[in-house]
Design a protein. Structure first.
Length: 586
């Protein structure tokens, strides 16, 4: 789906909207009957003294009130229920769409903007689905029915409020055109402000450590000021046009009452001197008052419609995005089939990179990288910062696709494997540690809550030496850790992420600089645990020689190319980049 199709959502709940429209129409017609009853009370009871009809007329007013309450409640409930369901479905479908997009999409957009799309923009559509849409229909029905009854009483006098209605509609249209662009700018600036606040709060410890509070406040103030100015521009549009509509509505009542009074007293010369009764004049002025509400609602509805249109445009920009990394199989997205395939493939862990080149835009990250590793072996990857080490892992998990060449897992091009199958076959401990605001147990079971047992969680904690500090916590592995693992040291977070990877027991284990925050003794103990793991292909990316020296094969990257390949001893004899690193560390 590359476009938000609102009609599809509305169609799904069309029955509820039909109920709402019927109830709203019935309630509106009851309202329109009220001035007619008032007319008869004045003309028949007060003037003609027909007291015998008074009780029936009063019962009619009571019936209108009761019926109006019932129909109003029915309309509100049906619309609120349908609107809430539609907003909920749009929000989850939007979130699924965002989740389906490839990593490069998130490289070019900030989280604050996405949060605004998921929350604020869907809320604007919710407004339309829940009550503003039915209000538009009510404005139309009330306007048409009111015009009918006014014309029925005196068609010539009805021309005046009809002209006023069209004038208000013209003003509202002009206002909507100006609001449309402004709402887009307001929403965009709101996203920037949200992102600035979220980024600051996420890094508040860094801000305080560098005494940057003043700078961050100034940055937020800049966006807040811009947001304020745009909202003032919105207010200027309302201040410019709303008084015009208000003036028209007030003049209508005065002019209608003045001309109607003259017709009651002297008759209408354009209609052969025909007069109106007092009851008809009162009923007509009540209908004019009924016209005022739709006319005043035009400005408010125009405001909501413009806001919703701007939100739909922004959501459609996300829906127009297509994932660059897609499954080529028919089982894409089918969790049960993918789970079965994961077992059926029985992946061993043979990995081969064949002349792999990767470019991000015009920038070359990897250039003609070729190596292979047999199942159960350990591959060490070293290189300077920016040499492409982490990119190799991102390509292996298909976060990005190679520009040229191929990557094979057990002899199969990874582009031919279902994405869930591929990604479940590779456990990663990345250098950018991310822990969710959840229990330690929940973070370790991530993605496999039903499959990983408590015993396996405990075993993984022991292997990663995380149990040393987890057991000292009051609730042990059921301890809830804060966002991104706040409250834990860098080394503790690394050990939990290592435990998360070990608990999954995948054919391939990747450790990207995963022991950099550990003390030497703990690092050596974990290295020993990793060395004892059998039946698992291991890829260790590191800056320390100690992390890769026991690997079956070590490759050294330099500016995106494989500069050296060999074992620890072979590379030392070679006397190249690896030897230089060894000499600097020992």
């Amino acid at each position: 789906m590359n476009k938000l199709n609102l009609f599809r959502y509305f169609k799904r709940y069309s029955f509820l909207y039909l109920i709402a429209i019927v109830a709203m129409s019935a309630g509106t017609l009851l309202d329109q009957a009220a001035p007619l009853i008032v007319q008869h009370i004045i003309d028949d009871v007060l003037i003609a003294k027909k007291m015998e009809v008074l009780n029936f007329l009063l019962l009619g007013i009571l019936g209108i009130g009761v019926g109006r309450c019932i129909f109003q409640y029915t309309k509100e409930y049906a619309c609120d229920f349908a609107g809430s369901k539609i907003a909920s479905e749009i929000r989850i479908n939007l979130f699924q769409k965002i989740q389906s997009l490839s990593a490069n999409f998130f490289d070019g957009i900030n989280s604050g903007e996405l949060m605004s799309r998921v929350k604020d923009d869907v809320d604007r559509i919710w407004d339309i689905a829940a009550f503003m849409g039915i209000l538009m229909a009510e404005v139309f029905i009330r306007t048409v029915s009111t015009m009918f009854f006014m014309i029925r009483i005196n068609w010539m006098l009805a021309i005046i409020p009809i002209i006023g209605m069209f004038a208000s509609g013209f003003i509202a249209t002009r206002m909507e055109k100006q609001l449309d662009d402004l709402y887009g700018a307001v929403a965009q600036e709101g996203s920037e402000m949200n992102n600035t606040a979220a980024e600051n709060l996420a890094g508040v410890r860094t801000v305080k450590a560098f005494a940057r509070e003043g700078f961050e406040i100034a940055k937020f103030h800049k966006h807040n000021q811009k947001f304020y100015e745009l909202n003032i521009d919105l207010s200027r549009v309302f201040v410019k046009y709303n008084p015009m509509i208000q003036t028209i509505t007030r003049l209508l009542s005065v002019i209608s009452l003045l001309l109607g009074g003259l017709i009651v007293m002297k008759g209408n010369p354009l209609q052969g001197g025909a007069k109106m009764s007092v009851g008809e004049l009162i009923a007509f002025t009540q209908y004019v008052g009924g016209m005022i509400w739709p006319m005043e609602m035009l400005g408010w509805l125009t405001n909501g419609l413009s806001s919703a249109k701007a939100s739909v445009k922004r959501l459609n920009k996300i829906y127009a995005e297509m994932p660059e990394i897609t499954d080529s199989t028919e089982v894409a997205g089918d969790e049960e089939l993918n789970s079965a395939l994961f077992s059926a493939f029985d992946i061993n862990g043979d990995i081969s990179f064949e002349h792999v080149t990767y470019k991000a835009g015009e920038k070359s990250i990897l250039d003609d990288v070729t190596f292979d590793i047999k199942a159960g072996q350990t591959l060490g990857i070293m290189g300077a910062t920016g040499s492409g080490k982490t990119t190799i892992i991102n390509l292996l998990k298909r976060m990005y696709d190679v520009t040229d060449g191929s990557i094979k897992l057990d002899g199969i091009d990874i582009r031919e494997l279902p994405l869930p199958t591929l990604r479940r076959a590779v456990s990663c401990v990345m250098q950018d540690i991310f822990l969710f605001s959840d229990t330690i147990d929940g973070n370790i079971r991530l993605g496999e809550r039903e499959k990983i047992t408590t015993a396996e969680v405990r075993s993984a904690l022991n292997q990663s030496h995380a149990s040393e500090f987890v057991d000292n916590m009051e609730e042990k592995e059921q301890t809830v850790i804060g966002e991104r693992g706040v409250g834990l040291s860098g080394g503790q977070k690394q050990r939990i992420t290592i435990a998360r990877a070990l608990a999954r027991k995948t054919p391939v284990l990747v450790l990207d600089d995963s022991t950099s925050a550990l003390d030497t003794e703990t690092e050596q103990e974990i290295q020993q645990v990793l060395a004892e793991l059998s039946g698992m292909t291991k890829i260790i990316i590191a800056h320390r020689i100690s992390a890769v020296r026991k690997a079956d094969k070590i490759i050294v990257l330099d500016k995106g190319k494989v500069a050296e390949v060999g074992t620890h001893e072979e590379l030392l004899k070679l006397g190249g980049l690896y030897k230089e690193t060894y000499d600097s560390q020992y």
